[in-house]
Design a protein around this ligand. Structure first.
Ligand SMILES: [Zn+2]
Ligand SMILES: [Zn+2]
Length: 119
């Protein structure tokens, strides 16, 4: 039995990776704030700017100062970004209550879609 095919395990692993990639893919024109809150809801925080980086790479690769800007506002990890940088977007405890992202007007914009809320 030294020739037991590991094929199915490999395939399953690839499938999971692909699925994960797809699940964590920012939606079309989804803003950073909505994306981060959605990912936190699904996958939680790993004490890094994991979702901020993922969004930046996918949506605004030229926004190289994004992480520094988040840190300047007190966002040293994804959940701190949610609570300190975009508090008005993060009032929803339940993902079901989360309104859909209105979308950013221009791809690459790092502004949240509800930036004018309450101001
Ligand atoms: Zn955190
Ligand atoms: Zn949004």
């Amino acid at each position: 039995m030294d020739n037991e095919p590991a094929e199915s395990a490999v395939t399953a692993e690839r499938y999971v990776t692909a699925l994960r990639e797809e699940l964590t893919e920012p939606r079309d024109k989804e803003c950073l704030a909505c994306y981060v809150s959605r990912m936190l809801e699904e996958f939680g925080c790993d004490n890094h700017l994991r979702w901020v980086r993922r969004w930046r790479d996918a949506c605004a690769p030229r926004a190289t100062a994004l992480e520094r800007r988040m840190e300047e506002k007190g966002g040293f990890c994804d959940c701190e970004v949610a609570y300190n940088v975009y508090p008005e977007q993060m009032l929803y405890d339940d993902a079901a209550d989360l309104p859909p992202c209105k979308g950013v007007s221009r791809r690459g914009s790092t502004l949240p879609c509800r930036d004018d809320a309450g101001r």
